[in-house]
Design a protein around this ligand. Structure first.
Ligand SMILES: [Zn+2]
Length: 594
């Protein structure tokens, strides 16, 4: 048995009466026009297509002045991204809304169009709030109607493990990108449009609606909240003590009891689950860099589609209600978190689960076991739904930083690295430009070592395990190069993108790959004589070469390796090879800025 929602049953009955009345009486034609495509389908196993979504909102907005549709940018498929804004006071200017000290809640739907509950639930949710005159006083609700338009238009049945709806969009967009990995590298125009929305509306709370993969259990909905150790401590205090427990409580009362997202694919969840870590490439990893309280709903893929839609609806209602209740507090908490990050000195570059500490969790699962596979004859996992259980399991929800970096006073980014500058402008990072060519005492990194994946991931050959060397000295910058001081609420975004060791840094995502190959070389027969001369004039270099040979027999036996050693330690060797171009200002300096 699935956990059945009390409200879900009520809604089913209400909808039944409503649709009976509709079919009985043509007079209700107007009301019928307000039903969503999901509601109009008898079996409630239908998700609206992109044209249906846009047409529905276009009709709804005509009779509702508390609603506005705003299009952003252009997505990869050549259609704009539609934002539905619901504002009780009919104020649709984010700057005025901020001045009025109102909160902004941003809901994203259809980043994975095969996980479309949020698309259909949001259409009903917006209509009901308007129809019942129930818009919150202190919260403006922004809904991304359907984010991955491209994927949505590529409709079919691409999620083999999912129980409905009858057809749905594909995960990849028209560049075959998973948009929920694109928030740092920003390869898609969809991402530019969504990040424009985020940096224009500056929500305090963000919700991304999804459907799960993986294990079987009784819950219709699971929840990912920003991992508390990674989250700003002030936000984590409010979310883990107040907001999240209240969401769990309200969802239980509405009949859709939730559990934290179940991260376990091959073993059954009763062996324990691990809290999900959303690094900055993910929507909520990115929004948490902006100190936005972030949640991901993951409805369970094996439950009926209508239950998943209603659970998503109820979650959004709970989130809006708590946001309305705590509006003032959430504003204060956000302001404190921003101030805290401005002062923060040390930033984690990577995280690992702490398996030595765990919490206990009451979990409603199904018996899971192994039996011989009819496909392979080998052992396979199965769940037995006739054997539900409630038991206490381990919940590994603690993470520790694997490495951290102290921020400099400022970074200086040469203007040549245009994509970095463009993305910093998109993210509204405060930047200044040097007034003239300048030599500044800086710390400069050299990439000493790194690993690279052998096949591309989301269009990139990601780097990891970055080792750095650095030197301190005068570095030259040009008029117009960008100075980024680290006294900003966006410090986490700045440090995590510009520090090469960051798990989702711009270096990791190949923005700086051109520094990884040298541009000049030598003809050995010519350089032999120059190298001999260099060694004669420089006894220290001769000593270094002898030491290196003594340590490394391969080098001792290789003429070319020894010649190369001399070259690399000569004044002829190029200074830019492996030199990370973004400088770190480590001590105060008076810079002439434009
Ligand atoms: Zn998803």
């Amino acid at each position: 048995m699935y956990l059945k929602g009390r409200n879900y049953l009520l809604k089913k009955i209400t909808m039944k009466i409503f649709s009976l009345a509709l079919s009985a009486c043509l007079f209700f034609g107007a009301a019928r026009a307000q039903l969503t495509p999901f509601e109009l389908h008898k079996d409630k196993n239908y998700t609206a297509t992109y044209p249906e979504v846009i047409s529905y909102y276009n009709k709804l907005v005509k009779t509702n002045p508390q609603m506005k549709l705003i299009n952003y940018g252009m997505t990869d498929i050549g259609k704009p991204l539609t934002l539905v804004v619901l504002s009780r006071d009919k104020v649709f200017d984010p700057a005025i809304i901020k001045k009025q000290n109102k909160r902004v809640l941003l809901i994203n739907n259809g980043i994975h169009p095969g996980e479309p509950e949020g698309i259909d639930a949001s259409m009903m949710f917006a209509r009901d709030l308007l129809k019942k005159n129930a818009l919150p006083k202190n919260v403006v609700i922004c809904i991304v109607a359907l984010y991955n338009i491209d994927g949505s238009l590529n409709r079919g049945l691409s999620r083999i493990n999912q129980n409905g709806p009858s057809a749905y969009g594909f995960r990849g967009n028209s560049l075959n990108l998973d948009l929920n990995r694109d928030f740092i590298k920003v390869d898609s125009r969809n991402t530019i449009a969504l990040e424009t929305i985020i940096n224009t509306w500056k929500p305090e709370i963000f919700l991304d609606n999804h459907t799960s993969d993986g294990a079987d259990y009784q819950y219709v909905m699971t929840l990912i909240e920003t991992q508390k150790d990674k989250q700003n401590r002030i936000l984590a205090d409010y979310t883990s003590k107040t907001l999240s427990p209240e969401l769990y409580k309200r969802m239980k009362a509405s009949g859709f009891e939730m559990t934290p997202y179940v991260e376990s694919e091959d073993t059954t969840p009763d062996n324990g689950i691990v809290s999900f870590l959303e690094t900055p490439r993910f929507a909520t990893g990115y929004t948490s860099q902006h100190n936005i309280i972030s949640y991901i709903t993951e409805t369970h893929m094996l439950k009926e589609f209508d239950k998943r839609v209603w659970a998503t609806y109820d979650f959004m209602q709970a989130l809006v209600d708590i946001n309305e209740r705590d509006a003032k507090l959430i504003g204060e908490v956000k302001a404190k978190a921003d101030e805290d990050v401005k002062q923060q000195k040390t930033f984690a570059m990577g995280w690992a689960v702490d398996y030595t500490h765990y919490d206990s969790l009451t979990f409603k699962g199904y018996f899971g076991g192994y039996k011989p596979s009819e496909v392979s004859g080998l052992s396979r996992l199965y769940y037995d739904r006739s054997k539900p259980f409630t038991k206490t399991i381990k919940y590994f929800d603690n993470y520790v930083a694997t490495e951290s970096v102290d921020k400099p006073i400022a970074y200086i980014i040469p203007q040549a690295w245009g994509k970095v500058i463009d993305l910093y402008k998109l993210n509204k990072v405060a930047m200044h430009q040097l007034a003239h060519d300048t030599s500044v005492f800086m710390q400069t990194y050299y990439i000493a070592d790194y690993k690279t994946i052998s096949k591309p991931y989301e269009g990139h050959y990601l780097h990891s395990d970055v080792k750095l060397m650095w030197s301190n000295g005068q570095a030259k910058f040009h008029e117009g190069d960008y100075v980024v001081y680290t006294n900003q609420a966006l410090n986490r975004f700045i440090v995590e993108t510009l520090e090469p060791k960051g798990v989702d840094s711009y270096f990791a995502w190949n923005f700086f790959d051109s520094i990884l190959s040298s541009k000049e070389g030598y003809s050995p027969y010519v350089f032999e004589d120059v190298a001999a001369e260099l060694l004669k004039k420089n006894p220290d270099l001769r000593k270094q070469l002898d030491e290196a040979k003594a340590k490394d027999p391969t080098m001792a036996a290789s003429a070319s390796a020894q010649l190369n050693f001399v070259y690399r330690n000569s004044p002829y060797f190029e200074k830019t090879y492996l030199r990370y171009p973004v400088g770190r200002l480590m001590r105060p300096a008076k810079l002439d800025l434009k």
